[in-house]
Ligand binder design. Structure first.
Ligand code: 2M8
Ligand code: MG
Ligand code: MG
Length: 264
């Protein structure tokens, strides 16, 4: 068994960023040494200290919506996989498109730490960690739907794509995303001598449209009730392996695991 989870709005409450209601199940997961892979829009700089607080230090994780994958120490090597466009390249391209087409949007590169804290409810210290991006940009769209369609097309031509989180749009290399990142991670696990015996059954949990590719690729999908107006649309047809929670955030996280994992 392997559990793959989104953070914001899933394991963490959308507003308070607390995981307290999920602690009983977290304890069980740790006790049974079930691998718990964080799969988030958050940066590596945000995820690493969080893993320490959750008791998951050194575990593999997926950051920046799949643009970055961090494996655990494989033969002494701390393997990192990166989607192919780095942050400065992405920001450079965004500035150029904004100038060329007069798009109105603001990205984390335009904001101060304090501004990101004000929008998200993160502490200023954590907002600074969220701004330490390596392979994707988070932005607030302030223009028309029509301009958004033009923006999306222009990005595509630059080899970039958009995905939607709980509060922001995220821009990263085309072909990357939470689903592609998870596939890469599982493949790397298969090639690792220590894990080759395991054929992991995967349970995924997420609340946003950005989680759809991950939820489509796991064996069992928990769609956590979210705050976004955009529904989470899955393409998979096996309804019996999809569970929609009635609770939000970490309560929904508990509810979903409870649904799929039989208790002793
Ligand atoms: C951003 O991610 C969330 C994920 O759903 C969003 O789009 O609302 C990211 O920038 C992340 O780094 C940050 O921690 C989070 C804070 O709410 O927002
Ligand atoms: Mg989320
Ligand atoms: Mg997320």
């Amino acid at each position: 068994l392997m559990i793959v989870t989104d953070l914001d709005g899933s394991l963490l409450d959308h507003h308070s960023y607390s995981w307290q209601p999920a602690q009983p199940w977290l304890d069980k997961i740790l006790q049974h040494q079930i691998p718990l892979v964080i799969c988030s829009s958050k940066t590596a700089s945000e995820i690493i200290p969080l893993q320490q607080q959750l008791g998951l230090s050194g575990a593999p994780f997926i950051a920046e919506n799949g643009a970055l994958v961090q494996l655990d120490h494989v033969d002494g090597d701390n393997l990192r996989h990166h989607a192919g466009k780095d942050y400065s390249e992405i920001c450079h391209c965004l500035r150029r498109l904004r100038q060329q087409y007069q798009f109105r949007f603001s990205g984390f590169a335009d904001f101060t730490d304090q501004e990101v804290a004000d929008i998200t409810g993160l502490t200023v210290r954590n907002a600074a960690l969220a701004r330490r991006r390596e392979a994707s940009e988070s932005l607030v769209w302030r223009d028309s739907e029509q301009q958004f369609a033009a923006f999306s097309r222009a990005l595509e031509q630059e080899g970039l794509s958009l995905t939607q989180g709980g509060r922001f749009w995220h821009v990263m290399a085309s072909g990357s995303g939470k689903g592609a990142a998870l596939a890469w991670l599982l493949q790397a696990y298969k090639q690792d001598k220590r894990f080759s015996q395991h054929n992991f059954i995967t349970i995924g949990l997420g609340d946003g449209p950005n989680d759809a590719p991950m939820l489509d690729s796991v064996d069992y999908a928990v769609v956590i009730k979210g705050h976004s107006k955009t529904p989470v649309t899955l393409t998979r047809q096996d309804q019996q392996n999809i569970y929609h929670t009635s609770a939000y955030g970490p309560e929904g996280w508990q509810e979903g695991l409870q649904h799929f994992i039989a208790q002793d």
